[in-house]
Design a protein around this ligand. Structure first.
Ligand SMILES: [Zn+2]
Length: 169
């Protein structure tokens, strides 16, 4: 606000992708549990076949990123060729690795301002990546990182998140 940045209108403007709304709902569920607010849903033919959120804090499990949790919850679904993975934040290398390995053709993310993730890695491997750049998703992460810098550093394997993406606290 006042920074000259142009965000998408998000849920306050034109109707937002309903699946991203579900991913955001998952992120908020995680936050309410004391976890990191990142949510994800897997969609096939207009239906959610899996959903999840980051549970690293809740389950003391460093592998439980939102996208991984979502894929675990989706269970064995056969080929992923007709699926779309939604995430409130640009997937990291761990999650992008799963996307590439399982040949999920399309990933739609809420934002990549607070964390650049593995966008170029996915693109280089033929994944179609769409960044909705939603203010709601950016603010949700900014607020969390500001209040829990150590938790966030640990999540992405960093010592000091102050150096990441120019975020200042
Ligand atoms: Zn991840």
């Amino acid at each position: 606000m006042g920074s000259g940045e142009n965000y998408s209108t998000g849920i306050t403007g034109k109707p937002m992708d309903r699946f991203m709304l579900e991913a955001i709902a998952e992120a908020k569920k995680g936050l309410a549990e004391g976890g990191i607010p990142i949510g994800s849903v897997l969609v096939r033919k207009g239906e959610i076949v899996g959903r999840g959120h980051n549970r690293r804090v809740q389950e003391k499990n460093p592998m439980k990123h939102a996208e991984i949790d979502c894929l675990i919850n989706a269970g064995r679904t056969g080929s992923y060729r007709d699926t779309v993975l939604y995430s409130t934040l640009m997937p990291c290398y761990l999650c992008a690795g799963a996307v590439v390995q399982f040949k999920i053709p399309k990933v739609i993310v809420g934002e990549a301002r607070t964390f650049g993730g593995a966008e170029s890695f996915m693109r280089q491997n033929g994944v179609e990546v769409t960044n909705l750049d939603l203010r709601e998703c950016v603010e949700m992460m900014k607020q969390f990182i500001k209040e829990n810098p150590k938790l966030w550093d640990e999540d992405i394997g960093e010592q000091d998140s102050q150096q990441i993406n120019g975020l200042r606290r």
